[in-house]
Design a protein around this ligand. Sequence first.
Ligand code: UD1
Ligand code: UDP
Length: 385
Amino acid sequence: MKKILVIIGTRPEAIKLFPVVHALRDHPEFECVVCTTGQHREMVDEVLDFVGVVPDYRLDAMRAGQSLDKLTARLTTLIGPVIDKVAPDWVIVQGDTTSAFCGALSAYYRRIRVCHVEAGLRTGDIYGPWPEEANRKMIATMAALHCAPTEGAADNLRSEGVAQEAIHVTGNTVVDALIWTRRRLEENPATASELLGINHRFTGRKVVIATCHRRETRGRGMREIAEILTRIAQRSDTLIVFPLHPDPGVQAFFSSRLGGVDNVVLIKPLPYHRFIGLLMLSNLILTDSGGIQEEAAFLEIPTLVLRQKTERVEGLRTGLAKLMDMQLDDTFAAINSILDQKVESEAANFGSTLYGDGSAGKHIVKLLLECHEVIRVKSSFIPTP
Ligand code: UD1
Ligand code: UDP
């Protein structure tokens, strides 16, 4: 029996790791222990409730407005003792948040193997996204098993000198999560349509979803986004739905700029399954989120990425996603041309496997089994305490 400790910090980690937790729990060879760091609280609890995962450890790292220093210090101090208590064979972290970085660091300090889910995403700019690009590079130096979502991500790792045998292309677990959730929505359509009482406003209109939370977007980026949304809102055939991230700075900025603007609905973050229900109704997405770019690709919904650079380059290559690296007038023209297309795109399509085919969770669990054996045979693969 192998013991696996799964560290979950923020909403996207809960979404992208529940398929791995489900697959581990279904496998008789594994004992799976889940630790939430509390970097995000309500948003993580909501996801885990919906997917039936009860954390074994719940840490309390969230403080309003805390600096990255304080967050990092708090997280390492809290996670270390959990690793000591659980004494796992592997620690799993996902992506590039500060929780993922601190989880990997605390495991590495104890010479415990780290499995990195969604490994190898890079923009090549350590300030975009910030601090995520540096976090994921630092995790890569500590990980023993790198689960790359795409061939491109695997290439990035190879070019940084990561050993070939430690890199595996698994697909992104975001697709597993989406397929699992869509199935629940199909079984119970009422859950999807209860979009906080606003769905009656969608009738006959184009639906644009906006989300924005990245630290490097603050300031000029957010001002430009508010400007674009104000201009789109002048279209009476369009409704903009904007779930505001609970970050107090993000809430205050967009509430002051967009509160009360006709055709813009500012709402609290939606529970994950309802957000997927909303995505499936939408005609266009404007987002600086990483995960939403991947979900939009799977659902084949046009996406304007509210960033200068993205690590999700596969979406750009298909032309379905575009970067907002143009003048505001050109951006607005691009948006209008999408919204003026016939309403055919209203029903989301399913099937773009750009980022995964829905089997990543199972694949990762299989790798953990196989790697365990390899490591036992090749003791030089990773130092054991
Ligand atoms: C964090 C991650 C980012 C990830 C994003 C996903 C870091 C440095 N940033 O950014 O990589 O893309 O999460 O959303 O790891 N808050 C609540 N309730 C919640 C969640 C957040 O009140 O459930 C508030 C708190 O005041 C918190 C603030 O939002 O301090 C910001 O959260 P934080 O984790 O610091 O950064 P994010 O911008 O969310
Ligand atoms: N999401 C959600 N409710 C919302 C908005 C987003 O559940 O109101 C989900 C979305 O489906 C995606 C994830 O949150 O899987 C993206 O999280 P976020 O944008 O916070 O982080 P990122 O992906 O940029 O790290």
